[in-house]
Design a protein around this ligand. Structure first.
Ligand code: S3P
Length: 173
């Protein structure tokens, strides 16, 4: 007898969009374990994300990120997973197709307000607005390709976003 693969819920989207905060609340609502992929990478590497970028470069980080995603999605129980904003640019992007992927979207203006000076995010050194704009433009089609559905977060509170995800989840079942 074969067992059905678990259907994980994966949050994707740009830095600052609220994937971890929303993900934690969704996990509570769905009674599922929550995994923050960046925290998982940091705990496996024994280093912070900025330390990994500085010792192994962005490509080293992407490799670890892709490997960690595959291992996390391979777990037998259904999970809620918040990914880092660049997950769609990594080698394991196709693994997202097996999950229900929610793309949290926001305008650059909203993202800029939320990330502040960009501290703790090694890609945000320089003009934060310009960098976020370029990354969003480069990644949008990839987020769209991976997404089961999208939820825009601009001007919404965390509970509002959570409610919207839950309602779209019910409809997508
Ligand atoms: C990154 C996003 C970060 C983290 C790393 C790279 C990106 O995660 O993975 O700094 O490439 O967009 P958050 O989206 O949680 O900030």
């Amino acid at each position: 007898m074969t067992t059905a693969a678990p259907r994980h819920l994966v949050l994707i989207g740009m830095m600052g969009v609220g994937k971890s905060t929303v993900g934690k609340k969704l996990a509570t609502k769905l009674s599922c374990p929550f995994i923050d992929l960046d925290a998982e990478i940091e705990s496996r590497a024994g280093k912070s994300i900025p330390q990994i970028f500085s010792s192994e470069g962005e490509s080293g980080f992407r490799h670890l990120e892709a490997e960690t995603l595959l291992q996390v999605l391979d777990q037998p129980d259904s999970l809620v997973v918040a990914t880092g904003g660049g997950i769609v640019e990594g080698e394991s992007v196709n693994a997202l197709h097996a999950a229900t992927c929610v793309w949290l979207t926001a305008t650059v203006e909203t993202l800029v307000k939320r990330v502040g000076s960009g501290e703790g995010r090694p890609l945000l050194t320089g003009n934060v607005e310009e960098i976020l704009g370029e990354l969003l433009e480069r990644r949008s089609a990839k987020y769209g390709e991976a997404a089961t559905f999208t939820v825009a977060v601009d001007g919404k509170s965390v509970p509002m976003v959570v409610r919207e995800v839950m309602s779209k989840l019910e409809k997508s079942c």
